[in-house]
Design a protein around this ligand. Sequence first.
Ligand SMILES: C[S@@+](CC[C@H](N)C(=O)[O-])C[C@H]1O[C@@H](n2cnc3c(N)ncnc32)[C@H](O)[C@@H]1O
Length: 253
Amino acid sequence: MLHRALTQARRHTHPIDLIYGIQTSGFVPNFLTDPGLNIFKIGLRENNHYAGCQPSCVRIALRSLPDTAQFTFYDLGCGMGRALITASEFPFYKLIGIEISGELCAIAEKNVQKISDLFPGRAKISIDRADVTTTQLKGGKIVVFMYHSFGRATIGILICKLEQLAIAGSSIFVIFENPVNGDLVDQSIYFKRWYAEQVPCDPDELNHHSDTDDGVVVWQSINTVNLYESRCSDFNIITTKPTWRAEIVFEEK
Ligand SMILES: C[S@@+](CC[C@H](N)C(=O)[O-])C[C@H]1O[C@@H](n2cnc3c(N)ncnc32)[C@H](O)[C@@H]1O
């Protein structure tokens, strides 16, 4: 079944796959990629399905950040590596993807090898096969990306880990595309909004996404110097499809 899902995925090639000659297209349900999950348990939805992010949304979020040359980029739940490869277009110290599925890690490894062959000057990308709930995130300066990869409990665990890093003095930006359960980051006293928009996808991405836009929110750990106060806290995260989609709506306070 997994093989069939991956074969079907190759028939609907996303523009980023055509540009780089990589394979990140399609949809792989979570019961095929998580050995601990069977079809009867998918309703629990802690480990979400594989679908690649929209690079247009990742680029908009990354362009909002200050100089990232000394930052490590983490993609939590990196799937086939699409967000990592998009982020490698930007100056990072290194990029790390964490993914629970061995099959998706193997595909991501091949994809990142292609990028390092094509662009030897880009920062190194590595793939770590692991469960994000038990992985230690490291670094004094980190950008953490998530694309609706987890359920609420997992996001809660990750925020605790990030808070510990912030308390220890790390500078952290959290980028969340389709920020279902993003209210948990809003509730953290160690993070503050940096950016929030409902971002239109690029026209050539529209056939590869169920929606024409995605909510994108960026938070900054509060120990970061030059804390940037902006009106993005007036943009609320509204869950429009429970457990599935969250949109950004402007409500002046
Ligand atoms: C929606 S996809 C996001 C893919 C990638 N971040 C991107 O933007 O292209 C979610 C991914 O998270 C992975 N995942 C879910 N739970 C995980 C966990 N606990 N630890 C590591 N990876 C996980 C899934 O296997 C899936 O590949």
